[in-house]
Design a binder for this molecule. Structure first.
Ligand code: AKG
Ligand code: FE2
Length: 368
């Protein structure tokens, strides 16, 4: 594509320095860069952030040990046990766009107080709940390390949402209406292993958008593999940059900002060589009851003009989360989980399962 078709197109992902926020001039520069990344890129690296590097290093050290636990110990905490879709998923349990994702993963989440009280409560209140942790005796200290990590990324994610609101001219509290009080919120995080695979498929995870507001990704090994699609549709590498998070924006944020914030399609290619690639995405959620169409944000005209300058984004073959225009956020997420983990859904949400799969399902889930 020529540069005319997308004047602000990108061939690399910008790095934003969180320590710029320590001065007034620095903050204004940071917000300019953030606005550009939101509107034109949909991805950024964040350096000098507030999460302890010692805690990150300690988490990274645990990751191979976690996957090396005996298969039985991993299956003891399998996701099928959990109506909250938290726990362990074996390699190849998920599909994206009809092809098997070559990854093995553990889903964890931040601590929270459940809103599920009685049968008549909406089914999606049960989507959030306690984690399944591996046996402490087999991997001592892991739970504590992961919980410390989750607490810190959660805190950073709220600060970052407030910066996004400022970058869009809404004021620091401009997005707070999307969150319930902190104790009622729950955000999810996965620890993922992409093994080296023999054979024809190199799909670590196929092209997709993230569903929620913000994703904070820790690339926990040295491998390339993450790629993001630019405005004209080319795949751009997002290699690991030590000491940073990769941050990207999900469909819900794109929806409530009328497309000002870009949800950018991305994928992961399986690693080459002899060692696995590890990553830890953290998905910041919005309140379960939030119906996006009830929230109309008003942006200053000069901000809206920046979106017109960007122009239209090339069509991608990534999937969409179309239900946001009619269902509460919790329901949209629950439907996504039912599609990606039908075995869990059949057990814990039999009625919804029947609606989503009226003819049953063929053994594997597909989020999209
Ligand atoms: O593992 C990665 O680098 C990205 C994973 C991802 O995009 C996802 O799980 O949504
Ligand atoms: Fe993703």
């Amino acid at each position: 594509m020529t540069s005319n078709s997308a004047p602000n197109d990108f061939s690399s992902i910008p790095i934003l320095d969180y320590s710029l926020l320590n001065t007034i001039d620095g903050k204004s520069k940071f917000l300019d860069q953030l606005r550009h990344a939101l509107i034109n890129v949909g991805f950024l690296y964040l350096s000098n952030h507030s999460v302890s590097q010692a805690d990150i290093n300690s988490l990274i050290e645990y990751i191979p040990k976690l996957f090396d636990l005996p298969q039985e110990a991993k299956d003891d905490i399998k996701m099928a046990n959990s109506e909250h879709f938290l726990g362990y998923s074996r390699l190849g349990a998920e599909l994206t766009k009809g092809a098997v994702d070559q990854r093995e993963q553990f889903d964890f989440a931040t601590k929270h107080v459940s809103r599920w009280k009685k049968e008549s409560d909406p089914d999606y209140f049960r989507l959030w709940g306690p984690c399944q942790w591996p046996d402490e005796k087999l991997i001592p200290g892991f739970r504590d390390t992961m919980e410390r990590y989750l607490d810190q990324v959660q805190a950073l994610s709220y600060k970052f949402a407030s910066l996004i609101a400022e970058a869009f001219g809404l004021g620091p509290d401009g997005l707070s209406e999307f969150y319930d009080s902190p104790e009622l919120m729950q955000h999810r995080s996965k620890i993922v292993k992409y093994p080296v695979v023999e054979g024809s498929s190199d799909q670590g995870v196929g092209p997709h958008y993230d569903a929620g507001f913000l994703t904070f990704l820790l690339q926990a090994s040295d491998h390339r593999g993450l790629q993001v699609q630019n405005l004209s549709g080319q795949w751009i590498d997002a290699p690991p940059v030590p000491g940073t998070f990769v941050i990207n924006f999900g469909k819900a944020l794109e929806f409530v900002t009328g497309g000002l914030a870009r949800a950018t399609s991305h994928r992961v290619l399986s690693p080459k060589g002899s060692t696995p690639r590890y990553s830890v995405p953290f998905f910041q959620n919005i309140g379960l009851d939030v119906k996006l169409t009830d929230h109309v944000l008003k942006f200053p005209p000069e901000i809206l003009a920046l979106k017109r300058t960007r122009g239209n984004v090339a069509a991608t073959d990534s999937v969409n989360f179309t239900e946001f225009d009619r269902e509460p956020s919790g329901k949209v997420n629950l439907i996504g989980r039912v599609k990606s983990h039908p075995d869990v859904a059949e057990r814990h949400y039999p009625e919804l399962f029947k609606k989503v799969f009226p003819n049953g399902y063929s053994g594997k889930g597909s989020a999209y």
